[in-house]
Design a protein around this ligand. Structure first.
Ligand SMILES: CC(C)(COP(=O)(O)OP(=O)(O)OC[C@H]1O[C@@H](n2cnc3c(N)ncnc32)[C@H](O)[C@@H]1OP(=O)(O)O)[C@@H](O)C(=O)NCCC(=O)NCCS
Length: 186
């Protein structure tokens, strides 16, 4: 059974090792998620420790997916936007263990992202991903609008040099638009 939950800082700390394991699995699998291989466990734990401090400060929402009580996926909503963007949040670090993929866990996490963002009063969500990736297909399927692809924004494939065709795509979802179920417009 798949369960998607918002984690408090205390729960995040309890699951710190599992969150780090998911990130390590993704980076080792070549995912372009900010980090370069080789990526030590201590760095993965430090990343989530910092994210959990953000949860404590109200700057971040941390979601997790559990399959039969085992943490197999996660995503974050970054609420720390400039004062003139109180309606916006950034979606970051959508990660699912390679062993748990292809079951709709990421889609469930992204549904929860919208619900939690709505509850936090954020109507405009922004993210970026690797052009042509599974994640890009997922976001398109879930109604995200692509806005462009700066060339070689970052190195894909766990830090190996990006081929010239590697692009990052930015997408947004504007809940203040009619029919999306978000409150607004501001
Ligand atoms: C991108 C990522 C999060 C997707 O996770 P996931 O849980 O496998 O995603 P989903 O299961 O919702 O969708 C993945 C695929 O499985 C398919 N799928 C979903 N449910 C399914 C089911 N019940 N049966 C068969 N296939 C299914 C989807 O249609 C999709 O197919 P596609 O790749 O042809 O579009 C995962 O691949 C990952 O963690 N990658 C590494 C990190 C990364 O790149 N993150 C994105 C950062 S922007």
């Amino acid at each position: 059974m798949i369960e998607i939950r918002q984690l408090s800082a205390t729960e995040g700390r309890r699951h710190l090792a599992d969150l780090a394991t998911v990130l390590l699995d993704c980076v080792e699998g070549g995912a372009s998620v900010s980090f370069m291989a080789p990526f030590p466990r201590a760095a993965a734990e430090a990343f989530f420790d910092n994210a959990i401090q953000g949860v404590e400060q109200g700057d971040r929402i941390l979601l997790a997916a559990f399959a039969d009580s085992q943490l197999v996926g996660t995503v974050q909503i970054v609420l720390a936007t400039p004062p003139n963007q109180p309606h916006r949040a950034d979606v970051a670090k959508l990660l699912v263990m390679s062993s748990a993929r292809g079951q709709g866990i990421a889609a469930r996490l992204m549904e929860k992202v919208e619900e939690a963002s709505r509850e936090a009063g954020r109507t405009l969500l922004v993210l970026d991903t690797v052009t042509g990736s599974t994640a890009e297909r997922l976001y398109a399927r879930l109604g995200w609008t692509p806005v462009g692809s700066p060339t070689t924004l970052c190195s894909p494939m766990g830090g190996r040099a990006p081929p010239p065709s590697s692009l990052s795509s930015f997408s947004f979802k504007d809940g203040a638009r009619a029919g999306t179920g978000f409150p607004g417009p501001w």
